[in-house]
Design a protein around this ligand. Structure first.
Ligand code: 13P
Length: 253
């Protein structure tokens, strides 16, 4: 079953300075004025750590929520130069946090580290956007389901509240490449992920499952019919108000 809310989450990665807030301002004006935009849609932007506080303050009464892109695997404070804990992101206004992006997995995030990041973030009342995805080799070797199941089972546990977790399925081969999965494959994969989640959490309904990888204003129309998909994690196209607004508009057009 699909969830009622459709998420549009913009992951800015290493992009943005204070004046980039004008991008969010335009997105915010659009969603406030557009009659078709309603409670069914949720927009989250994850700017770099440096901008969370000012952006979260600016949008505190608006329809855009702010999130963090990552956190250190230990919580609270510590003698860890350059590290930022989930508590610290929450304290400056983050409401969501991305954990397990393939960028970070490829730079050394292990399952044990990811588990601790997820647990700490949930304890700090952040909603976790947990990223999973296979690489090209896995896909060609027909290992996608096996890889995804492992990535989920090695980190998520029954004791976590499934409603505070959002899964972002991002095939690594689709990130920044312009390639997107075949609709039928994506539907099967989404249904499979939801089954794994229902088994872990022992619930009848599943956490929300998003798709991420080369989503843009044009190809978004291909995802519309896949009602099982509960939204999108958007990289490149979230750095432009026009492209991001096009995605939303063309989704519910
Ligand atoms: P692109 O939308 O640029 O492919 O990036 C996807 C992504 O990695 C979002 O987290």
């Amino acid at each position: 079953m699909a969830n009622n809310i459709k998420y549009f989450i913009g992951n800015w990665k290493m992009f943005g300075i204070p004046k980039s807030i004008s991008i969010l301002d335009k997105i915010n004006k659009f969603v406030k004025s557009d009659k078709k935009f309603n409670k069914k849609y949720k927009i989250v932007i994850t700017p770099p750590y440096t901008l969370i506080q000012s952006y979260a303050k600016f949008f505190s009464n608006n329809k855009i929520s702010i999130g963090a892109q990552n956190c250190y695997h230990k919580d609270n404070f510590g003698a860890n130069t350059g590290a930022i804990s989930s508590l610290m992101t929450k304290s400056v206004g983050a409401q969501y946090i991305i954990i397990g992006h393939s960028d970070n997995r490829s730079e050394g995030d292990t399952d044990a580290m990811l588990k601790s990041k997820v647990e700490n973030s949930l304890n700090n009342k952040l909603k976790v956007v947990f990223c999973i995805g296979e690489n090209k080799e896995h896909k060609l070797g027909k290992k996608t389901f096996e890889v995804l199941e492992k990535q989920i089972k090695n980190v998520l546990e029954e004791k976590f509240n499934f409603k505070d977790i959002i899964i972002a399925y991002e095939p690594i081969w689709s990130i920044g490449t312009g390639q997107i999965p075949e609709a039928d494959d994506l539907l099967k994969t989404t249904i499979f992920i939801k089954k794994v989640l229902r088994n872990i959490f022992k619930k009848k309904s599943s956490s929300a499952v998003l798709y991420g990888g080369s989503v843009d204003g044009k190809n978004i129309s291909q995802f519309k019919k896949l009602n099982e998909i509960d939204g999108f994690l958007i990289g490149g196209a979230s750095k432009s108000d026009k492209n991001f607004i096009d995605i939303i508009k063309n989704y519910y057009k």
